[in-house]
Write a protein that binds this ligand. Structure first.
Ligand code: BES
Ligand code: ZN
Length: 620
């Protein structure tokens, strides 16, 4: 336990002379955690010696110029009396830097790194309490998405939102951009009239005539969770502590879809302890949002593609809510430890879903997860198949595969099955409580797990293999789903005579459809696809998860009945999880690649950087 550090919330608990609370301070260098194998390699800042404790933003959102400009004040902790404060920046314009005494500070830039950006090196004095940077974003920002009115649901007002995870915050705020440091923040945000601004903080529920909004996030968070959205937004409450923000034109649909959110928070609390963030709201963004969901504290950002009309895709909300414990309360200290965020969250998400909808339902989710893990294992280089990643020199997004999510889930499920659910639940609840508002590395977690759960219960597991090796260990828990078995039997029958009339799908959930379509046999013909489509109208489905897998299989089996719908989908939706496999499938043949390029010409402008950067690489 002593070997590994936990970076505590405000870090202010430590002083130069002492070593306490699990991390070691090197007296000579006066830096925490000199073990470079545990340091965050995706920041160029000096957060381990001089660091921000609080950030205050004073910014204006300029839709005409598509930029954010203003200032950020960093309140500093400098226990080691360093004379330089180094921030991460990427493609920002830095105008001025001031010290707390009002004097201009001298500053310089380090070398530009394609991946990590440009370090901003600010000269400070040993007693400098704060530093204010005046800056503006540029058109090369990676975090911001600026939408024209036609790219929104209402089609009247523009819209903008930020995406910080993993290392994009530095492209809209000069900051020490590492998950290993927690800060509190506050903000004044000025917007054009008629617009509402919301953040991952205390939020307004209606527009203010002053066109200025004040925000406060008093709980310390890693800066990838600082988030802002501005648009013609309205709010609808769900219960006393949950609610939905969306454009007025879709607010009612969103509120209906997310009606169970209050109950989800209650179920989550029953499992692993009190919700620590006061409110839990969701904002449903325009379709360009590159993710399904993003767990910005107090305000999950979500794709509109979960609004299916029948609440069938709300697992995603359970997932983002679960991050309020795993990820936001206890945070991966580096992106190599990403599974600590996502694996725990998938485990927790499925426990919430089990509490809400029963174990049959969750077995389907787990099996879909297992199938998609198998697909990723077939594609990924061995290097990227271990839970503890080695992302040095790579963008952290490269680690965003089913390894962190599903291999992480199955590892935790293995522990659950080995010690029994009751003991595992006590352990997890204590884990969240004992480490709240802290950041940790995998090595620390494994020590904690051994000491507090495995050794006392005389359980021994091949942990090293799970954490450090590629592939899936043979003791991976086995999942079966009776509801999916029934679908499998139907598939057997279908391939005997291509007869769809006997398929009784009346009671199928979205997940049975995903399984049916996903498991179509490799020899499926385009004629069989046509027959299925004619009967079940899958090309016209309003359910994005069903559509996405249906399109993928249609491309694979050369069924062209989807062409128009596919083009429409690719132009409208910017969610990378859907786009990437579709463009890849198209790009597998020369004719398909040509078609993909033509569609992409019309679609690229509708995608966030995260998505177009990925698709650029596929179609280059
Ligand atoms: N935190 C992730 C999204 C993310 C990961 C953004 C890495 C940037 C880098 C979020 O919680 C997530 O996992 N979203 C999933 C939802 C799903 C697993 C239910 C998504 O967007 O598909
Ligand atoms: Zn997640």
């Amino acid at each position: 336990m002593k070997k590994y550090f936990i970076l505590l919330v405000t870090l202010s608990l430590f002083s130069c002379e002492s070593s306490q609370n699990g991390f070691t301070v090197n007296d000579i260098e006066c830096e925490i955690n000199k073990d470079s194998s545990l340091a965050d390699l995706h920041t160029l800042s000096n957060y381990q010696s001089v660091y921000t404790s609080h950030v205050h933003l004073d910014i204006s959102v300029d839709f005409g110029g598509k930029l954010i400009s203003g200032s950020v004040r960093h309140d500093l902790s400098n226990p080691c009396k360093k004379d330089q404060f180094i921030l991460d920046t990427k493609n920002l314009t830095i105008k001025n830097v001031f010290l707390d005494n009002g004097e201009k500070a001298s500053f310089s830039y380090g070398d530009f790194d394609e991946l990590l950006g440009t370090p901003l090196v600010i000269d400070i004095q040993s007693n400098t309490k704060s530093v204010t940077v005046e800056y503006a974003t540029t058109e090369k920002t990676e975090a911001l998405d600026w939408l024209m009115p036609e790219q929104t649901n209402g089609k009247v007002s523009p819209f903008m939102y930020t995406q910080g995870q993993s290392i994009f915050t530095r492209s809209w705020i000069p900051i020490q951009d590492t998950p290993g440091l927690r800060i509190t923040y506050s903000a004044n945000v000025h917007v054009p009239s008629g617009m509402l601004a919301v953040m991952s903080a205390s939020n307004p529920v209606e527009k203010d005539e002053s066109n200025s909004y004040e925000f406060n996030m008093p709980q310390p968070i890693p800066c990838y969770l600082i988030a802002l959205a501005v648009g013609d937004l309205a709010f609808a409450p769900i219960d006393h502590r949950t609610g939905v923000y969306a454009e007025k034109t879709m607010l009612e649909d969103c509120a209906y879809e997310l009606e169970d959110m209050g109950k989800m928070v209650t179920e989550a609390e029953k499992l692993y302890g009190d919700y620590q963030w006061e409110r839990y709201d969701v904002i449903v963004l325009p379709p360009s949002f590159p993710f399904g969901g993003m767990e910005n504290p107090r305000l999950t950002f979500a794709t509109p593609t979960i609004i299916a009309g029948d609440k069938s895709l709300t697992t995603l909300i359970a997932h983002e809510l679960a991050h309020s414990w795993s990820g936001n309360l206890v945070t991966n200290a580096t992106w190599d430890d990403f599974w600590l965020n996502e694996g725990f969250t998938v485990y927790f998400e499925r426990r919430i879903m089990e509490a809400m909808y029963g174990s049959d339902y969750v077995q389907m989710l787990a099996l879909l997860g297992y199938q998609s893990l198998q697909r990723d294992l077939a594609d990924l280089t061995p290097d990227l198949q271990s839970l503890k990643l080695r992302l040095k020199g790579l963008h952290p997004d490269e680690g965003m595969s089913e390894i962190a999510y599903e291999k992480g889930y199955f590892f935790l499920r293995l522990i659950e099955e080995s010690v029994g659910r009751d003991k595992f639940d006590v352990f997890l609840k204590d884990y969240f409580t004992n480490h709240k508002f802290q950041t940790i590395v995998t090595e620390y977690f494994i020590d904690y797990l051994n000491e507090n759960l495995l050794i006392p219960n005389a359980v021994s597991l091949n942990i090293e293999q799970w954490i450090y090796q590629s592939g899936l260990p043979s003791n991976c828990p086995f999942v079966t789903s009776s509801r999916f078995n029934a679908v499998d039997s139907i598939l057997v029958e279908f391939y005997k005579n291509s007869d769809v009339s006997t398929i009784n799908s009346a009671n199928w959930s979205t997940h049975e459809w995903r399984h049916f379509i996903g498991e179509l046999y490799p020899q499926t013909t385009s004629e069989q696809m046509r027959i299925i489509d004619q009967e079940f109208k899958l090309t016209q489905s309003g359910n994005s998860e069903i559509l996405a897998v249906w399109f993928q299989q249609s491309i694979r089996f050369n069924y062209r009945g989807i062409d128009q719908a596919l083009e429409k989908f690719l132009i409208r939706v910017g969610r990378r999880k859907f786009l990437e496999p579709l463009y890849k499938a198209l790009a597998a043949t020369p004719e398909g690649k040509q078609r993909a390029k033509e569609i992409y010409k019309k679609a690229r402008g509708n995608y966030h950087y995260v998505s177009f950067n990925t698709i650029d690489q596929i179609l280059n």
